[in-house]
Design a protein around this ligand. Structure first.
Ligand code: ZN
Length: 243
């Protein structure tokens, strides 16, 4: 079984559709690590496309914000404006689908969360120290996370908990070698590592082979859709810069 691992689509349907077209034939099942909506112009289209696929999806902080489940005073003004727009745009049926998403899922050798194993909705794992502190909070060898919008692998290299960071090498499958790892596929719809291309990953579930991938999509098309629905200009511009 091969898994398409995606995260942080953020209502960017053009990027999502491009990823699905690019990965066509390479997967049997989808794992989505949350934040299907928020920021982008196509929340219903993204939810509905994902629902058509054989999938498992986790809840992210922006999904919860769109459900009014968390206080958005901590969001910056542009993000909260986008949250309010998303709430209004979502159909009742898609809202109900978001409401039912779990925050943690364990399957075989893998734990899935949006943010971090100890704080599945909120915590950003942006450095090895924070990754190291999270290893005691899940039991499987590998945990997949999204949330930071940065593709990366954190590998625990000693029993004492020393943790190393591995940058992604795109289209080069790596063996998940039994070491404990926290793995982020990156973001489909709003990358934040200074590379505006959409990120996703493929996992061969049985062989334990994992591959980061990165592809171009029509950023201008998403930006135009955002302008059409009057989303904040700063959110529109950030897509072309990848931050
Ligand atoms: Zn996100």
């Amino acid at each position: 079984m091969r898994i398409l691992i995606i995260s942080d689509i953020h209502a960017n349907y053009v990027a999502f559709d491009t990823v699905l077209a690019h990965a066509k034939g390479d997967w049997d099942y989808v794992w989505c690590l949350g934040d299907v909506v928020g920021y982008g112009p196509s929340p219903n289209e993204c939810v509905e496309r994902l629902r058509e696929l054989p999938h498992l999806c986790l809840a992210g902080n922006h999904d919860w914000a769109a459900l009014d489940r968390l206080d958005i005073r901590t969001f910056n003004p542009d993000a909260s404006r986008a949250v309010r727009w998303t709430r209004d745009a979502l159909t009742d049926e898609n809202t109900r689908w978001l409401q039912a998403l779990p925050t943690t899922f364990v399957i075989g050798q893998y734990t899935l969360v949006h943010a971090s194993p100890r704080e599945p909705i909120w915590e950003y794992i942006l450095e090895p120290l924070v990754a190291a502190l999270n290893f005691p909070h899940f039991e499987t060898p590998v945990c997949f996370v999204g949330h930071t919008h940065q593709p990366v692998i954190y590998e625990r290299t000693t029993e004492l908990g020393d943790t190393e960071i591995r940058k992604p090498r795109y289209f080069e499958p790596v063996k998940l070698n039994g070491q404990r790892m926290i793995v982020n596929p990156g973001s489909v719809g709003q990358p934040r590592d200074a590379d505006p291309r959409a990120a996703y990953a493929i996992l061969d579930f049985d062989k334990g082979m994992f591959e980061h991938r990165r592809i171009e999509y029509d950023i201008a098309k998403t930006q135009q859709r955002m302008r059409d629905v009057n989303l904040p200009e700063r959110l529109i511009l950030r897509l072309e810069h990848g931050w």
